[in-house]
Design a protein around this ligand. Structure first.
Ligand SMILES: *[C@@H]1O[C@H](CO)[C@@H](O)[C@H](O)[C@H]1NC(C)=O
Ligand SMILES: *[C@@H]1O[C@H](CO)[C@@H](O)[C@H](O)[C@H]1NC(C)=O
Ligand SMILES: *[C@@H]1O[C@H](CO)[C@@H](O)[C@H](O)[C@H]1NC(C)=O
Ligand SMILES: *[C@@H]1O[C@H](CO)[C@@H](O)[C@H](O)[C@H]1NC(C)=O
Ligand SMILES: *[C@@H]1O[C@H](CO)[C@@H](O)[C@H](O)[C@H]1NC(C)=O
Length: 474
């Protein structure tokens, strides 16, 4: 299956929620994280999103979610994909920090001289064409299918035994998920077919919650935006569930420290010609004038991004209650600021201390009380009991709220196909454009650095001396 990876990588870095998200990481690990580091990284890969699409769309939609994201981001403008631009090696580069020469994964279809055909008991001549796609499925017409182990190629292991090649042991180097697991962090990933479980890495255990739905089960409908949107919705919902500290299936889990997934709608719209679909896909000219279907897909992607950003910004005001102690409260009124009235004036100092101790978890930028509150709001509870005891300002973007809403290429783009701008977003980041010539595999080191982990724990980074994104050093 050839799915192009002409994608913009959108990497949302942020703090969320309470330290309960990572129970084992309270002591030395958290201490190591400097102020500018982040608690969680959400990596979103949108197949088909070119730099030009971003420019054309945000120019015509200045109020869009994407435009908002582009106000607080670092734009690694010259980041490039590499050949081959297939999504299988492309994703592994992002997750290992290594190019195919190091991962030894060149494509989803390749060859290994030492492998044997499934069912051969390693007899006969070695050499087998390794295919990591839907042909391994128990039933590729079922969206919920899994890999049929009887279809896996065979190899002779160190003990001279004939064993099945598991997807993950096809990969030669570890992944960011495995490094995260070593430090007791939580990981999750959603992708388009079971073979992507290779992201678990050689240990087979890098991803706590791996989720895939077989895109091939859509059959010929996988070329139609009308059918691919509902498919992408499953991915969106999984990520929203994770942000809300559930697993993909909505059971209690943790907010993963590294998580993300892949979206297909836009690339489908780009590749679709008018006779394949109800309305025209692709681009009208070399200036990337968007045809209807691409417009539709970009609007759809914009909604997805909006959903993530909105979900990330929410902090349940109940957490403020729990931190202060509901028995001490008369009232909390919350939105992008929270106003707090206490039962007893004398509880004020303790409440401020508790809030301050949990600043990161509660997304607090500033706490006003006593003199600082007086200075900010020109009021004091002593003089006017309507004046709150404490006011909190959230870090940019944070809203204290309980509201939940659950919820190829045409037109001469060939040069752009290798431009895979990386957007690193956080509401507190000041917009910056970075012109370093980097390849997309630098994102792996960046993600670990963002979490306060050492990129050199990635074998490929050590081997290739992969540079990280120049993000923290300025
Ligand atoms: C996959 O299977 C689960 C469990 O049987 C079911 O709840 C879910 O709806 C299925 N997913 C899809 C997308 O059909
Ligand atoms: C679209 O229709 C035209 C004219 O009927 C035909 O020549 C062309 O091959 C079709 N393209 C595709 C991709 O089906
Ligand atoms: C692209 O835009 C430029 C500048 O507006 C214009 O000169 C050129 O004719 C356009 N090309 C096409 C193919 O529309
Ligand atoms: C941003 O995303 C949200 C959530 O999907 C959506 O409701 C909203 O319409 C989007 N904003 C714009 C301006 O399109
Ligand atoms: C917080 O505490 C106040 C006062 O006890 C209570 O009225 C309110 O319902 C609690 N929850 C939230 C989310 O504000």
């Amino acid at each position: 299956m050839v799915i192009q990876t002409l994608s913009v990588l959108i990497c949302l870095v942020f703090f969320v929620t309470n330290s309960l998200s990572c129970p084992q990481s309270s002591s030395s690990f958290l201490d190591k994280r400097a102020d500018k580091k982040f608690g969680h990284v959400l990596l979103i890969s949108i197949d088909g999103l070119h730099q030009k699409d971003v420019d054309v769309f945000t120019t015509s939609h200045p109020d869009s979610n994407l435009s908002l994201i582009l106000k607080n981001f670092v734009y690694f403008k010259k980041a490039q994909a590499f050949l081959p631009t297939d999504s299988f090696p492309g994703l592994l580069a992002q997750l290992t920090g290594g190019l195919p020469k190091t991962t030894s994964v060149w494509y989803d279809k390749s060859w290994d001289d030492t492998y044997f055909a499934p069912g051969s008991d390693c007899k006969g001549n070695p050499g087998y064409n390794v295919v990591w796609d839907e042909s391994l499925d128990v039933d590729a017409t079922n969206i919920n299918t899994t890999i049929n182990p009887d279809l896996l190629p065979l190899r002779i292991n160190k003990d001279d035994k004939c064993v099945k090649v598991q997807l993950y042991d096809y990969l030669r180097v570890n992944t960011i998920f495995e490094v995260a697991k070593k430090h007791s962090l939580i990981t999750a990933w959603v992708d388009k077919l079971s073979a992507y479980s290779i992201v678990n890495g050689p240990s087979g255990k890098g991803v706590d919650d791996f989720y895939s739905l077989e895109i091939a089960s859509l059959g010929s409908n996988k070329a139609h935006l009308t059918f691919v949107k509902p498919y992408d919705n499953y991915h969106t919902q999984a990520i929203l569930n994770w942000i809300d500290s559930n697993n993909h299936n909505c059971e209690p889990f943790h907010v993963p420290n590294i998580f993300g997934g892949n979206f297909q709608s836009l690339s489908v719209a780009q590749k679709s010609s008018s006779n394949q679909s109800e309305y025209e896909g692709g681009y009208a000219d070399a200036n990337a004038t968007l045809r209807e279907q691409v417009k539709d897909a970009l609007n759809y992607i914009d909604d997805i991004l909006g959903n993530f950003v909105n979900e990330l910004k929410k902090i349940d005001p109940q957490k403020l209650n729990d931190t202060i102690g509901a028995d001490k409260l008369n009232q909390i009124t919350s939105d992008d600021v929270a106003l707090i009235w206490l039962k007893k004036d004398s509880d004020s100092k303790d409440a401020v201390k508790s809030l301050s101790d949990n600043k990161d978890a509660l997304g607090i930028a500033e706490i006003f009380e006593g003199d600082t509150l007086k200075a900010k709001f020109s009021c004091s509870h002593d003089k006017d009991t309507r004046c709150p005891h404490i006011a909190i300002r959230g870090v940019p973007g944070v809203v204290y709220t309980t509201s939940t809403k659950k919820i190829a290429e045409h037109g001469g783009f060939n040069e752009d196909d290798y431009h895979v701008p990386i957007i690193v977003y956080n509401p507190s980041i000041v917009r910056k454009v970075n012109d370093d010539n980097i390849k997309i595999h630098s994102i792996a080191s960046f993600i670990l650095s963002a979490l306060g982990l050492d990129p050199n724990e990635l074998q490929a980074v050590v081997k290739e001396n992969t540079p990280t994104l120049n993000f923290f050093s300025e």
